[in-house]
Design a protein around this ligand. Structure first.
Ligand SMILES: Cc1ncc(C[n+]2csc(CCOP(=O)(O)OP(=O)(O)O)c2C)c(N)n1
Ligand SMILES: [Mg+2]
Length: 304
């Protein structure tokens, strides 16, 4: 597991990258749309601090936070968001369709879940010891293909962890209006063990993820990890029907504040360490966007 400072820096990188992204949209430099991870940073930072680099990751439309916590390069992501040739997939995937090493994302809700199950089957057949992780939102519990994948994953004892991030909304629909019954019950119905936490504490996420990942790696079959969290930003760029009172209420769960309180390093004070992290992260974010901006767009000749 990573140390407290590294975990804090990972979450701060996601936060500042996404804030910059929202700000850049107004300048016309970015193409397509975007869904930011602001508020949910503890999930990605906690999970990616304990998985193996060789595990295979499947993400969704809200993929930037997962990608940055995976260790993906902010510059290549920024270039992709600007549609540049140097982007992760040559500027042709945009915000939701990225790939780098063992990281894949897709914007169709639930669409990537059977692909993740297939990859888990491949890893099982190869006896590689790798597992697949697939990230889902609460709104994606309405997609039928998810249940076909849960069925096969359980029957064939596939090494896959289903990570359900319940941020309480699917675009503008509150979870109570879109999801009946129990979320955990959906996985349990297929005999898939469930770990469930309502937390934005990165240490708690990494601890529970360690248990869930251990089970998946043991060969006994799939697992599920349900994390109840909060999205502070709009669903996409500006679509947010929530009242200021609700936003103020959920802000107390800010993962950066929660974990920041733990920062004391080399006898330095918390404020000093936070400032050090700010400086380091802002440099990474600035460099990423400036470098990406200067890069060329793909040309017809570059399409292989
Ligand atoms: C099959 C499908 N239907 C609709 C959409 C449009 N859409 C994109 S994100 C989203 C809401 C997803 O909610 P959730 O699964 O809770 O994830 P969150 O956005 O909260 O992270 C919708 C309806 C889509 N991408 N794919
Ligand atoms: Mg949601």
């Amino acid at each position: 597991m990573e140390n407290n400072y590294t975990l804090y820096k990972t979450m701060l990188l996601i936060r500042r990258f996404e804030e910059r992204l929202l700000a850049e949209f107004g300048t016309g430099k970015l193409v397509g749309t975007t869904h930011t991870y602001i508020g949910q940073e503890a999930d990605a930072a906690g999970i990616f601090s304990i998985i193996d680099p060789d595990d295979v990751i499947f993400s969704n439309h809200r993929c930037h936070g997962h990608f940055l916590a995976y260790g993906g390069e902010p510059y290549r992501l920024a270039a992709e968001l600007m549609g540049k040739f140097t982007g992760l997939v040559g500027g042709r995937g945009g915000s939701q369709h990225i790939q780098w090493r063992n990281f894949y994302s897709n914007g169709i809700q639930g669409g990537i879940v059977p692909v993740a199950a297939g990859m888990a089957l491949a890893e099982k057949v190869r006896k590689s010891g790798k597992i697949a992780l697939v990230f889902l939102g609460d709104g994606t519990l309405g997609e039928g293909v998810l249940y076909e994948s849960l069925n096969i994953a359980a029957l064939w004892k596939l090494p896959i962890l289903f990570v359900l991030e319940n941020n309480h909304y699917a675009q503008t629909t509150p979870v109570e209006k879109g999801v009946s019954g129990s979320i955990a019950g959906r996985f349990a119905a297929f005999g898939i063990p469930v770990w469930e936490r309502g937390t934005t504490d990165v240490l708690e996420v990494s601890t529970v993820a360690t248990e869930a990942v251990r089970l998946c790696r043991s060969g006994s079959g799939p697992g599920s990890l349900i994390l109840h969290t909060y999205r502070f930003s709009a669903h996409s760029k500006g679509d947010d029907p929530r009242l200021p009172e609700e936003l103020a209420r959920i802000r107390v769960f800010d993962p950066l504040e929660l974990h920041g309180a733990r920062l004391t390093l080399e006898s330095r004070e918390k404020a000093e360490i936070e400032e050090k992290a700010e400086i380091e992260v802002m440099k990474i974010v600035n460099d990423a966007f400036l470098r990406a901006e200067a890069d060329p767009f793909p040309s017809l000749d570059s399409i292989g």
